[in-house]
Design a protein around this ligand. Structure first.
Ligand code: P1T
Length: 389
């Protein structure tokens, strides 16, 4: 038994997705953890329980998922929340009024909204800087800086931020670095292995992978940080339920296989769009001409399933026509599911960022974002052809 446990600690990624932190359930040997749909647990005497007393604090199905999160991110402690934003909310609660955060200027609109419309009012200060050059970060660092917020690849401009360079920049300083790993997924990069302190996911996306659940993840390696996050998770209570924990755990088991196909299909589509005379620009880190291609090559295993593009003349009307004409790509918010989605960030996922701010990072009204699914790529290309015309 001890030998088996030892083996499970040293698994390669493609086995960790299936076995990481998982053991057959004790009562009947069920290979998948049961959905413990319970809010509370019987006690024989006050405090006389089997490690579970109330499901906000702990639930066995959620615990199985949290161990899986820790395993696939090469961390030690995993935490599951009711959404990606709930997970981010818990990170921000590590801070105190007067503390400052330096964030990438190109990021998910909901993250920007949480920073500027909620936590700013609680006395946190935010600096939004382009992070493709660490000099911009250095210029914003001061004694109050407590957190660097990195999203890479960025949503939706597909900028790649050099995680190790930022880790080096803040070495020895009392500053945490948190990485939103949603776009890449743990298959493509593991920020904790590059020196980040916290990795966060909207597990709604690639980790769960089937567009049927909203859920968030945090993983850390330091015990002290884990204890504080565990305290916040219980004290603030933004947890996910057992059914959603189960669905996410099931999704993770095929993460590596799905990601391979997402990446293959996205590469074919990026090249198809790049060669199309009606397309002006394609944002995808796999292109040699992408400004951060070398960083992408060194820190990512592959280039992911996301890309954005604009049509010739950066014409808003034609962008809207294209997303309306698509048939196999569904026009919808979200990403990372098995089915392909198309989005118009300026009016959908990033509408909460002021236009002027959006356009500084290149997010123009003509931008279309694709989440390339795992369908037969010939059908996806045919759909794009008929929509682009
Ligand atoms: O939706 P939720 O699970 O709360 O996750 C928020 C979130 C955080 N970080 C990134 C990089 C994200 O992309 C998201 C959610 N994004 C979308 C819904 C979207 O379509 O971009």
């Amino acid at each position: 038994m001890a030998k088996k446990k030892h083996m499970k600690d040293k698994l390669h990624f493609n086995s960790a997705t299936i076995h990481g932190g998982q053991t057959p359930e004790k009562a009947y040997g069920a290979v998948m953890p049961p959905i413990y749909q319970t809010s509370t647990y019987a006690q024989t005497t006050p405090g006389g329980h089997q490690g579970f007393e109330y499901s906000r604090t702990h639930n066995p199905t959620r615990k199985a998922l949290e161990k899986s999160f820790a395993s696939i991110e090469a961390g030690k402690y995993g935490f599951a929340f009711g959404s990606g934003l709930a997970a981010m909310d818990a990170i921000l609660k590590l801070l105190k009024p007067g503390d400052e955060i330096i964030s990438t200027d190109d990021l998910y609109g909901g993250s920007y909204r949480l920073f500027t419309k909620i936590f700013k009012d609680f006395g946190l200060g935010f600096h939004f800087v382009p992070m493709n050059n660490t000099e911009h970060i250095s210029a914003a660092i001061n004694d109050k800086t407590k957190l660097i917020w990195v999203e890479t690849p960025t949503n939706p401009m597909m900028n790649i931020i050099d995680i190790k360079a930022i880790v080096e920049l803040i070495r020895g300083k009392d500053i945490l670095i948190a990485v939103d790993n949603t776009f890449a997924s743990s298959y493509i990069q593991q920020p904790l292995t590059m020196g980040a302190d916290i990795v966060m996911h909207s597990a709604t996306k690639y980790l769960a992978g089937h567009s049927d659940v909203v859920l968030g993840a945090l993983v850390v390696k330091e015990l002290k940080l884990a204890e504080r996050i565990g305290f916040i998770q219980n004290a603030s209570g933004a947890i996910c339920g057992p059914m959603d924990s189960y669905l996410t755990l099931r999704g993770i088991k095929t993460l590596h296989v799905r990601m391979q196909r997402h990446c293959e299909n996205a590469a074919i589509i990026a090249n198809f769009l790049n060669e199309n005379s009606r397309i002006q620009k394609v944002y995808w880190p796999g292109f040699e001409f992408h400004p951060n291609h070398n960083v992408a090559k060194s820190q990512m295993k592959d280039f992911g399933g996301m890309l954005s593009f604009i049509t010739k003349g950066a014409d808003y009307e034609s962008a809207i026509k294209i997303v309306e004409r698509l048939k196999l790509f569904t026009l919808a918010e979200s990403l990372g599911g098995v089915e392909s989605l198309a989005g118009h960030p300026a009016s959908m996922t990033h509408a909460s960022i002021p236009k002027e701010q959006r356009e500084k990072s290149g997010l123009v009204d003509a931008l279309i974002r694709l989440s390339v699914g795992i369908e037969d790529v010939r059908d996806l290309i045919a759909d794009l052809k008929q929509a682009i015309g």
